[in-house]
Design a protein around this ligand. Structure first.
Ligand code: C2E
Ligand code: MG
Ligand code: MG
Ligand code: MG
Length: 285
């Protein structure tokens, strides 16, 4: 009843705040239970090189909620980060990514990189150990694994980040900067870190055809990255116009709905098989 009234009335700030807090507390309890019940599942989005070949998969987590259906990370990752649950969730996702890589490799498919998003709270000695254990447990070639981190993480404690990254890179693993361009770091600054790739944030890709500023930003990111020997990836490619524009500027890899949506593992297999078959036919011609 209070709710019905609240809709037509100005709700005092205090109540809204208390509501928000208790909703959050409830969500944390629910997330804990979801971890216990194994309700988090990975989906995989393919990345393609300049010749339209799938070269990598990004692992993206979903929450298979018993009542609300499949939930996107935007609904629960922020609370996982605040509550520290992201550490356990991140371990599960990394493990699932490695397990699925093993399934693909055992099915005889060509090796793809497998990328996993890593939150700042996960970035400590534990991650180094967990990466080492995961590589071993799933017989994962180190160079197959890619960790996606954000600029913010590198700004917090650069010296420590470099130290941890070096230990992980020593296992063959590579790093990419996710959502590049949305933070405050310059490429010159990033060069201090062992980074293989920049993923240009999809907000710059979206208006490539219509916004000259976005085009200029993409252009200079690609140019400078290449000059510094860093590969480039465009996120959120939805149109062939965007794809053509980026390829004309020698973008190394593209990811987006145009070429492949995030999908469950079962759908990934036929997609990859089709590409293997296409390559076989092309080689025979
Ligand atoms: P992200 O790492 O930048 O991942 C790319 C996001 O863009 C994904 O959203 C993907 O579904 C979406 N996307 C891909 N192509 C297109 C496109 O063409 N158009 C549009 N509009 N969107 C596209 P998603 O799956 O909702 O994930 C959102 C964010 O949640 C991710 O952004 C990542 O930061 C975070 N996230 C996802 N899984 C994990 C995880 O396992 N651990 C952590 N720490 N974060 C995760
Ligand atoms: Mg990512
Ligand atoms: Mg991104
Ligand atoms: Mg992101």
């Amino acid at each position: 009843q209070a709710k019905r009234q609240g809709r037509n009335r100005a709700v005092p700030f205090q109540n809204e705040f208390v509501d928000g807090v208790s909703r959050r507390v409830q969500l944390v309890a629910e997330l804990r239970r979801a971890l216990e019940r194994d309700e988090f599942v990975p989906v995989f989005q393919p990345l393609f090189d300049g010749l339209d070949r799938p070269v990598a998969l990004e692992t993206l987590v979903r929450w298979r909620h018993p009542e609300r259906g499949l939930l996107l990370p935007g609904e629960f990752i922020p609370v996982c980060e605040e509550s520290g649950l992201i550490v356990e969730l991140g371990r599960r996702v990394l493990d699932e990514a490695a397990r699925h890589y093993r399934l693909l490799a055992d099915a005889g498919l060509p090796a793809l990189r497998v990328a996993v998003n890593v939150s700042p709270a996960q970035f400590n000695d534990d991650l180094v150990n967990h990466v080492r254990d995961t590589i071993k447990a799933h017989r994962l070639p180190g160079d197959v694994l890619e960790l996606e981190i954000t600029e913010g993480l590198l700004m917090q404690d650069p010296e420590r980040a470099i130290e941890l990254m070096r230990q992980i890179v020593d296992m063959g693993v590579s790093f990419s900067i996710d959502d590049f361009g949305t933070g405050y770091s310059s490429l010159a600054y990033l060069k201090r870190f062992p980074i293989d790739r920049l993923k240009i944030d999809r907000s710059f890709v979206r208006d490539l055809g219509s916004d000259d500023d976005d085009a200029a930003i993409c252009n200079s990111i690609i140019g400078l990255a290449h000059a510094l020997d860093i590969r480039t990836v465009a996120e959120g490619v939805e149109t062939s116009m965007q794809l053509d524009w980026l390829r004309a500027r020698h973008i190394d890899e593209v990811q987006g709905y145009l070429l492949g949506r995030p999908m469950p593992f079962e759908e990934l297999l036929p997609l990859l098989m089709r590409h293997v078959e296409r390559a076989r036919v092309a080689a025979a011609l």
